[in-house]
Ligand binder design. Structure first.
Ligand SMILES: [Zn+2]
Length: 401
């Protein structure tokens, strides 16, 4: 006799993340943390709905756990980033990283990619979460960022000045437990005294990062705001362009053939504009300069058919973890239709992270990461802000039903 399922979610309208049409009155059954049935309740094999725990999901929409491909679990959304960076310690970062992972999960974000922390705090949090020692979202972390001497985020990252050093630092991060690599290809908004669009690394230096990372089974994310740095990073073969504020048509075309993903983080400048008045003048000014082009670049990349995954840059000013819904609303406003948002935040994000064999869709055999929403995200983007329940690895982590 088959054993009883651990969890059955009944009565929801199911959007499985693959882009397939919704399934009404669905049943999702979970055993040992994995999905054993997902589909119409009426078509389920007999007995599969019998479970140790049942979640009545009538009137709600069930989607895959959301994935935020760009967060900083060691940052807290402080408006003045340099002031924040000057006072953080590895100890305070450890505590904050743990809190942030719980907050992510509470917002329906079951997996995050952490693109640069403080000391070893991100690496430790990721390991602790993986071992089940702490609750919260699953983490794919870069550990720390690799930047140029005096370049963007130099005060929290490692400064790299040659291709040979780049390869060495990628190897060091991998050995320390990093699962992806973050390079800073251009200047940034939050670092005083440098242009946001200036190019920081040569193609050769970035290719050294890509070759070493790929040889070790890791992907490379490039922070890239200005056109020159974007084109160089794409040429070097990075796996994702983060921000991509000034995308040229040539860069978009190359991103499609490479392929290179775009994680736009439209939230980052938007939060600076709309969050409050604590952001230093130099950062507010640079942010405003990139914002209009940022939206236009995203729209052109979408229109061209580029691969897009969702990410917020949470941790930057007034930009808090667990609020992927805010990014999805901006992506929608910038031109992505409602039916494309869900794959970008689930299936496609899992592909970018290299985790699509295990997460990102509600399909038999996948890890049971699920979010139950109040409302219908296919007609109302605000539904993503109303997570009534969150299931991670088959365990009900949040239940507000
Ligand atoms: Zn970032």
């Amino acid at each position: 006799m088959a054993r009883m399922a651990d969890l059955a979610i009944t009565g929801a309208r199911l959007l499985d993340g693959t882009g397939a049409p919704p399934v009404g009155d669905a049943l999702v059954a979970v055993e040992d943390g994995r999905i054993v049935y997902a589909g119409p309740a009426a078509a389920a094999p007999p007995g599969v709905a019998k479970a140790a725990k049942t979640l009545d999901a009538r009137g709600r929409t069930l989607i895959p756990g959301l994935i935020d491909c760009h967060v900083h679990i060691c940052f807290d959304g402080s408006p003045d980033f340099e002031e924040f960076a000057a006072r953080v310690t590895v100890e305070s970062s450890r505590a904050l990283a743990r809190e942030n992972l719980v907050r992510a999960l509470e917002g329906g974000v079951t997996t995050v990619r952490d693109l640069g922390g403080v000391g070893d705090a991100s690496l430790e949090a990721a390991r602790a979460q993986r071992n089940g020692d702490i609750p919260g979202a699953r983490v794919v972390t870069a550990g720390g960022v690799l930047t140029s001497p005096g370049g963007h985020a130099h005060f929290i990252g490692t400064e790299v000045s040659s291709a040979a050093q780049m390869a060495k630092e990628v190897a060091r991060l991998h050995e320390a437990g990093a699962e992806c690599i973050k390079i800073v290809a251009t200047g940034g908004v939050l670092t005083r005294g440098i242009g946001a669009t200036q190019t920081q690394f040569t193609v050769e230096e970035m290719r050294a990062a890509v070759d070493e990372a790929h040889a070790r089974g890791m992907r490379v994310a490039a922070h890239a705001i200005g056109t020159g740095g974007i084109e160089a990073a794409v040429e070097a073969g990075v796996d994702s362009i983060e921000h991509g504020c000034f995308l040229s048509d040539a860069a978009i075309a190359r991103m499609m053939t490479n392929p290179t993903w775009l994680v736009a983080t439209l939230s980052a400048p938007d939060r600076i504009s709309n969050g409050g008045d604590g952001v230093p003048e130099y950062a507010r000014k640079k942010s405003a300069e990139v914002q209009v082009q940022h939206f236009a670049s995203f729209a052109r990349a979408y229109e061209a058919g580029a691969r897009i995954a969702s990410g917020t840059d949470a941790g930057t000013p007034y930009n808090y973890i667990g609020q992927l819904y805010y990014e999805l609303a901006l992506m929608h406003r910038a031109g992505m239709p409602l039916d494309r948002l869900l794959p970008a935040a689930t299936r496609d994000a899992a592909r970018l992270l290299g985790l699509d064999a295990t997460i990102g869709t509600v399909e038999v055999g996948k890890i049971a990461d699920l979010v139950l929403l109040d409302g219908d995200p296919l007609s109302d983007v605000a539904a993503y802000s109303r997570a009534a329940a969150v299931v991670q690895s088959g365990r009900v982590a949040v239940d507000r039903t």
